[in-house]
Design a protein around this ligand. Structure first.
Ligand code: FES
Ligand code: FES
Length: 154
């Protein structure tokens, strides 16, 4: 089985995996980074969202062989103590219900803010529309996004 050297959360990891193994399983099953969740497996829910070189991607669709020297960031890599601005906004607004979708929601917002610190309402809605929440926390997610935009823009 091939062996892959991966840069995840600025640390080096080695994973022995089939070339087409989706990163969601590499992270969860091989490297014990279980903050990234599996939902649909077909790019339709966003639960598995991580960053690849700062851009939000669905790790159920990202094969380990495609990562190369790319830098992966998972929810575990945002901060040691929940102090990332997006995590703080989530805590302040008390967003999660069951929590299952929330690491994907947060990573999607981090990816958005990496490219655009002042997204419009339409840009926010367009980007977040693909991240599903069975508990219906959408209103609080929107509120938390506005909170973090306020925070990062001073
Ligand atoms: S598990 Fe990847 S988008 Fe649903
Ligand atoms: S908080 Fe339960 S699925 Fe989103």
């Amino acid at each position: 089985m091939p062996s892959y050297n991966l840069n995840i959360n600025n640390k080096s990891y080695t994973a022995e995996a089939d070339a087409d193994m989706p990163m969601v399983w590499v992270l969860r099953d091989l490297l014990d980074l279980t903050g990234t969740k599996f939902g649909c497996g077909v790019a339709s829910c966003g639960a598995c969202t991580v960053l690849l070189n700062g851009t939000a991607v669905r790790s159920c669709q990202l094969q380990v062989q495609a990562v190369g020297t790319g830098k992966i960031t998972t929810i575990e890599g945002l901060s040691e103590d929940g102090s990332h601005p997006v995590q703080k906004a989530w805590e302040k607004i008390n967003v999660p219900q069951c929590g299952y979708c929330q690491s994907g929601q947060i990573m999607n917002v981090v990816g958005l803010l990496n490219t655009n610190k002042q997204p419009t309402e339409d840009q926010i809605s367009g980007l977040m529309a693909g991240n599903l929440c069975r508990c219906g926390t959408y209103h609080r997610i929107q509120e938390a996004i506005h909170e973090v935009i306020k925070e990062v823009n001073g």
